[in-house]
Design a protein around this ligand. Structure first.
Ligand code: FES
Length: 531
């Protein structure tokens, strides 16, 4: 007999069927079926990025707003899916400059002297866990997964606003613990050991992710002056933070610097050996929220910049994360444009690196002017007809068509160009104010360290052309991968690095760039494309 409180939902083209309670949204049902839908606005019905089609009527609705009252078949288009993008697990191969010593406190409790640890990097999108031999310092294995909290919003702000009650904060906390536990279980299986052999955990993340991991309130992080509930490093027991590990173990979280500059950037700074910098250096960790550090002599300043999700391909008309089918590179050929697609399949979207390439190319060949506006077709007489024919209007706005698949167009619109401009302006304004504080001219920046997945997939030339990154020689740039993970491992093993982290947190001066007098002028100037 059919349960009248339940409905059957089938998701296409996945062919997944699940029974759900009446009253759930399609967004929640899809998440339970293992399909994560984009939710830039955190399910508030504002962004229209979670559009799905009811079948067979093909009626388009917002998955986050549609409440299930009957059996349904729902098609989820590629564009609305949140893809597990290429997760970066590799970081710097940093030589430990001090001897592992944290393990010593467990020598009495560990059977057979197996003492393992976890270096955890909790990203808004991805979670990376390394299983480490605490005595030798060696990494045994690294696994990564999508942060399961993405079903409540794919950015920090949505998570903060979701966790507005203790119950919802606990829900987010439980999700991250479960995710770390699943990764730990598979890492231990791989290494032929047990979670009970894990005695120490060092977890880094942006301030909101660290707070949720520690079940600290996050609501105040969403309101100026964005004050963390806790700045200091802390050590907890597994009975307080129930990670799957030996009950005699400890969980360490390094200090935060500000509401949007967390322990992850301290881990990056340690891995890059910021203390050893003898020349003016800049560290950039660009995600939805960018974190910046600049060092000169003995001084270090930090800033955060709300780059938004555009650089990761989200919030863009045809954007997606770097997943199969996404255009990842765009370039000009003899008399038209060409592109590369991830997975060598028909293109279905465009990801961050493709977007930057396309924006740089459109600015370069004069399809958009230095203010970012599309130039009217009639004025593009200097260009080949094949390229000019790609400029048209969709929904009353100018677009540049990249590809067309079974009638579905993949394009970049005027609004998309504005999103890229806002993202690049946020990053450049952040860099500008750090330069101001330290009196460093652009050509005096001697090293630029780019951490995180973004740096590994962009083309430097395009990022510089659109003005996202400083216009200094390519040799100045160092792509340091998932340096947050490396830094977490350093602090996991050595008490000396923990002290250095605390010292850094005390030394780093935070600049709230939005409070700077000339912020609006600098931001507006940074929107321009170099002509
Ligand atoms: S409108 Fe549904 S997530 Fe934004």
């Amino acid at each position: 007999m059919k349960n009248i409180k339940q409905c059957n939902i089938e998701f296409e083209p996945d062919g997944k069927k699940i029974a759900v309670h009446k009253g759930e949204t399609i967004l929640e049902a899809a998440a339970r079926a293992g399909i994560i839908i984009n939710t830039p606005c955190g399910g508030k019905g504002l962004c229209k990025k979670c559009i799905v089609e009811l079948q067979p009527s093909r009626k388009r609705i917002c998955a986050c707003q549609y409440v299930i009252e009957e059996d349904l078949t729902v098609r989820i288009p590629v564009r609305s899916r949140f893809f597990e993008h290429k997760i970066l697990t590799k970081g710097l191969d940093t030589e430990l400059t001090c001897q592992p010593d944290v393990y010593k406190k467990y020598l009495a409790s560990a059977s057979e002297k197996i003492i393992l640890g976890l270096a955890v990097d909790i990203g808004t999108t991805t979670v990376v866990v390394k299983l480490v031999d605490m005595i030798s310092g060696r990494t045994l294995s690294t696994h990564a997964a999508l942060n399961p909290q993405v079903k409540y919003g794919d950015n920090v702000i949505s998570r903060i606003s979701y966790a507005d009650t203790q119950e919802k904060l606990t829900e987010l906390h439980n999700l991250i613990i479960e995710c770390i536990d699943n990764l730990t279980t598979s890492l231990c299986e791989n290494a032929g050991c047990r979670p009970q052999d894990v005695f120490e955990v060092c977890a880094v993340g942006n301030t909101a992710m660290s707070h949720i991991f520690l079940k600290l309130p996050v609501q105040q992080l969403g309101i100026a002056p964005y004050t963390p509930a806790q700045y200091e490093a802390c050590t907890k027991k597994p009975k307080e933070i129930p990670v799957a590990m030996n009950s005699a173990g400890s969980i360490h979280t390094p200090p935060n610097i500000a509401g949007f500059v967390g322990s992850d950037i301290i881990a990056v700074a340690l891995a890059a050996d910021i203390d050893g910098f003898s020349e003016n250096s800049l560290i950039i960790d660009i995600g939805t929220n960018g974190e910046l550090l600049m060092a000169k002599d003995n001084k270090i300043y930090a800033a955060s910049c709300a780059a938004g999700p555009a650089l990761e391909g989200a919030g863009i008309s045809c954007g997606s994360r770097a997943a199969k089918g996404a255009i990842e590179a765009v370039y000009k050929n003899k008399n038209d444009i060409d592109f590369d697609v991830i997975g060598f399949v028909e293109p279905s979207s465009i990801c961050g690196s493709g977007l930057l390439d396309a924006a740089a190319l459109l600015a370069d060949i004069g399809i958009i002017d230095s203010t970012g506006r599309f130039v009217e077709r009639e004025k593009l007489v200097h260009l080949d007809e094949a390229i000019v024919s790609r400029v048209s209007k969709i929904d009353n706005q100018m677009v540049f068509l990249l590809a067309e698949k079974k009638g579905e167009k993949i394009y970049i619109s005027q609004t998309d160009i504005r999103q890229i401009q806002l993202a690049k302006a946020a990053v450049r304004a952040g860099i500008y104010f750090l330069q101001q504080k330290l009196d460093v001219k652009e050509n005096e920046i001697k090293h630029v360290y780019i951490a995180g997945a973004f740096g590994n997939y962009i083309r430097l030339e395009s990022a510089q052309k659109i003005g996202l990154l400083p216009n200094v020689s390519g040799q100045v740039f160092h792509f340091i991968g998932n340096a947050a993970s490396t830094g977490a491992q350093m602090m996991l093993l050595c008490s000396e690095y923990r002290k250095k982290a605390e010292n850094l947190a005390n030394r780093i001066e935070y600049v709230e760039i939005a409070y700077e007098k000339s912020f609006e002028t600098v931001f507006a100037q940074s929107m321009a494309f170099r002509s």
